[in-house]
Design a protein around this ligand. Structure first.
Ligand SMILES: Cc1ncc(C[n+]2csc(CCOP(=O)(O)OP(=O)(O)O)c2C)c(N)n1
Ligand SMILES: [Mg+2]
Length: 326
């Protein structure tokens, strides 16, 4: 059966895949196979799953430091994403990008991005390019609450509104930028930033894949019809650490009660309740075998040859000249 990501089974498959992917990735960080750590997307899966289910393959997305979920939901091969995290030659970007730079242009994944807020400008540019082409492709920018005070994102919103670009701004408000709360960092409201530019802006439950899909669909339809950008603020909760490093550093900024309460509404459980037990078991088994194969693929893959370290750095295929000079 073809994968239909916007059905109840499809949405469940996507959130389940992202959850298990992140669990396996954390294990590989602990074992030392993924060097440098990751920002787990655990708890926020409904947003990537819901938004990407409203998109076509030729639509584009830009992502963040917490980007595995977006990349997987847009259709990237989990085995190649995991190999990328593990720095292997078979990785999505030949092991050169790692967790925060995964990209697959063929699937419209313009890249995760470690610079908070920076992807807004890339998305507006991609949307402008899509419009110049004459089609009805849309561009989505995923970003966290930590990005809403970054000038570049506000500049991108301004231009997107002014030029009625087909952009969907998706804010994943998980309440924290690292350890800083939204209450301590954000004056006014997040939707108020969109409204200031005349951008239709809504706040939705970011723990329910179907709610996110409905909101994304409305925004995507508007963008395709020439109605310009939209902002969807998704209220969510990060179940795990900001970064895997946090477990070792024992940073304390959320008390146990808050984390317990925050985890009560679990997107995997919420979406799973819409399936029969049999459907759930079938998807769970399928996802487990996909991830087992992905881990084996990543760990069996070779590291890139150091002699080729300067390959693939430029779109033109050129390497820097020996002795510098560009
Ligand atoms: C421009 C910039 N400033 C600071 C950082 C360091 N940094 C990395 S993640 C992060 C927090 C981002 O919070 P948010 O956007 O809410 O995303 P979340 O981590 O909650 O998913 C910060 C400050 C950065 N990567 N880029
Ligand atoms: Mg945040």
């Amino acid at each position: 059966m073809a994968h239909a990501p916007d059905t109840d089974v499809g949405l469940y498959r996507t959130v389940r895949l992202i959850r298990l992917f992140e669990e396996r990735a954390v294990e590989l960080v602990r074992s030392g196979d993924v060097v440098g750590g990751i920002h787990p997307y655990t708890g926020q899966e409904a947003i990537a799953a819901g938004v990407c289910a409203a998109l076509r393959v030729d639509d584009v997305i830009t992502s963040t430091h917490r980007g595995h979920g977006h990349v997987l939901a847009k259709g990237a091969d989990p085995a190649r994403v995991l190999a990328e995290l593990a720095g292997r030659a078979t990785g999505l970007n030949r092991g050169r990008g790692g967790s925060m730079h995964a990209a697959d242009f063929g699937l419209g994944i313009l890249g995760a991005n470690a610079i908070v807020g920076a992807n807004g400008a890339i998305t507006a540019g991609a949307a402008w390019a899509a419009r110049q082409e004459g089609g009805d492709r849309v561009a989505v920018s995923f970003f966290g609450d930590g990005a809403v005070n970054q000038g570049v994102l506000l500049e991108a919103m301004n231009l997107a509104a002014l030029w009625r670009l087909p952009v969907l701004f998706v804010c994943e408000n998980n309440g924290y930028a690292t350890t800083l709360t939204v209450a301590d960092a954000v004056a006014g409201t997040i939707t108020g930033r969109g409204e200031a530019f005349g951008i239709p802006s809504v706040t939705v439950d970011g723990m329910d894949p179907r709610t996110v899909l409905d909101a994304a669909r409305e925004a995507v339809d508007r963008a395709r019809a020439g109605g310009g950008p939209s902002l969807v603020e998704c209220l969510t909760y990060r179940f795990d650490a900001h970064h895997t490093w946090e477990h070792r550093a024992r940073v304390r900024y959320r008390d146990d009660d808050e984390v317990r309460t925050g985890r009560e509404r679990d997107p995997v459980v919420i979406q799973g309740a819409r399936l029969t037990g049999e459907e759930r078991e079938r998807v769970d088994a399928e996802v487990r075998s996909t991830l087992d194969a992905a881990v084996a693929f990543a760990l069996d893959s070779p590291h890139p040859d150091p002699a080729g370290a300067l390959d693939h750095l430029y779109a033109t295929g050129m390497r820097p000249r020996p002795g510098g000079g560009g």
